[in-house]
Design a protein. Structure first.
Length: 151
């Protein structure tokens, strides 16, 4: 079942349960999907990979906003972003724990033959493809950097 169908079902459930915050978050996700499907040059259908990229981008935006609101002491806005992030994460694959991420990155370093910080680009290219959706780019980058530096 495609993401759009899952989102539609979740919207109906949220409407019936009168969950306004969840409904707003779901509608924003559906809006992103519809915009992506109808943009110029689009095929009208999104691949599963494109759907995950879209969800990851939306989750990253919410995390960034959440961080900003917390540093500015805006608990009301931070709470709203946290609620939207929780809804988006329901549709994302389970994220890797730091230990699991480190193990995967060690495998990639071994398979690419990387030996030091100069090989970061080679490892990041492979890591970005194989770990897409399983961890955010920032944590992947930090782990690769730390392991290549000998950590």
């Amino acid at each position: 079942m495609g993401l759009k169908v899952k989102i539609d079902a979740a919207i109906k459930a949220a409407m019936l349960a009168k969950e306004q915050n969840k409904l707003l978050a779901l509608r924003s996700i559906k809006s992103l999907i519809l915009l992506e499907e109808t943009k110029e040059g689009g095929s009208g259908e999104l691949s599963e990979e494109a759907e995950m990229k879209l969800l990851n981008k939306a989750a990253k935006q919410r995390r960034d906003s959440l961080e900003i609101y917390k540093t500015q002491g805006r608990a009301d806005l931070a709470e709203k972003e946290q609620a939207e992030l929780a809804v988006i994460e329901e549709f994302l694959p389970k994220q890797l724990s730091p230990a699991e991420l480190e193990a995967k990155v060690r495998e990639l370093i071994a398979s690419t033959g990387a030996s030091g910080p100069g090989d970061m680009g080679k490892v990041m290219g492979a890591a970005s493809k194989s770990l897409a959706g399983l961890a955010d780019g920032k944590s992947i980058s930090e782990t690769v950097k730390r392991l290549l530096a000998g950590g």
